[in-house]
Write a protein that binds this ligand. Sequence first.
Ligand SMILES: Nc1ncnc2c1ncn2[C@@H]1O[C@H](COP(=O)(O)OP(=O)(O)O)[C@@H](O)[C@H]1O
Ligand SMILES: [Mg+2]
Length: 305
Amino acid sequence: MLLKIEDEQIGGNDKLLNSNPIQSGKIKEKQRFYMDIFKARKVSKEIAGVKVLQDISLCVSQGETIAIKGTNGSGKSSLIKLIGGIYEPSYGNIERAEMNIGYVPEHFPENIRFSINDYLHLIAKISGKLEQKINKKIESYVDVFAIGEFLQTPLRKCSKGTKQKVGIIQALLKEPDLILLDEPLTGLDQTTQSKVIKLLQAFANNTTIILTTHEQVLISELAPRIIEVDKGKIISDSFVEIKEKLNIIKAKVPQNSILQELTFIDQKLIEENTVEVKVPFTESDKVLKILLEQGCSIIELKEMR
Ligand SMILES: Nc1ncnc2c1ncn2[C@@H]1O[C@H](COP(=O)(O)OP(=O)(O)O)[C@@H](O)[C@H]1O
Ligand SMILES: [Mg+2]
């Protein structure tokens, strides 16, 4: 069930509660969101006498991708826990839709005795999803993150990076409505970071994603909405336009006439039997496959600047 409460009903003259990007016309049609899944109004959280969050007013809509940024100790992890229901407010009120949440904690638990294989299958079982389908997913994530050789290793003996990868896999496996990731890139090498970004981009089409980060690359490639926290307060909440990254593929075609088969691709003939194709970064693999299937040979693939 999603929240149907209008801002007025929770008293909302609040600037942040009224920050819906559709109303402010900042988001393209394709990124349109639907219903609100989380609302906080003047929320504070106290733990052992420490105010970890103060006066938080926030509205999250279904389908958004949001980055929470801030320095160490500013309240990023606490805010993500509040959104996910790990923390309940000490003051103020919140509304949270009923949803399936995948949570990637900042630190993966240290003492899990299960092997990676047993752990992921256990998570899969708990998720209640179709076993065969989810087993296939485990296989494919294990493949993507190249952790096949550690499948039988107990998690507590795995490296920090491997634990982090397993932490991400367990959250994505459940096909959640909302994915919360606390510093998902920390401790991962560059290649794995790119893989995580690509995976999240694929999820972003129909899942709400909220992550904390100080990695600028993640923010600029993934999240059009950036919330900045400092001393437990939201100090800014803004939308940026995401520039879609394009690749240029140059390929030799067997004969010019096959271009008629490829009219759905943005392509032009640059010389006899040589075509140049502009394609969104995320679609490159698919288009390369089509070109190869059509008997083309790839001359060059480069990022468009
Ligand atoms: N369980 C806790 N008990 C006491 N203080 C806490 C607790 N969790 C967080 N804090 C304090 O709240 C502030 C925000 O912490 P946190 O949300 O973890 O920040 P960040 O994720 O941005 O580093 C920090 O000053 C931290 O010391
Ligand atoms: Mg943190």
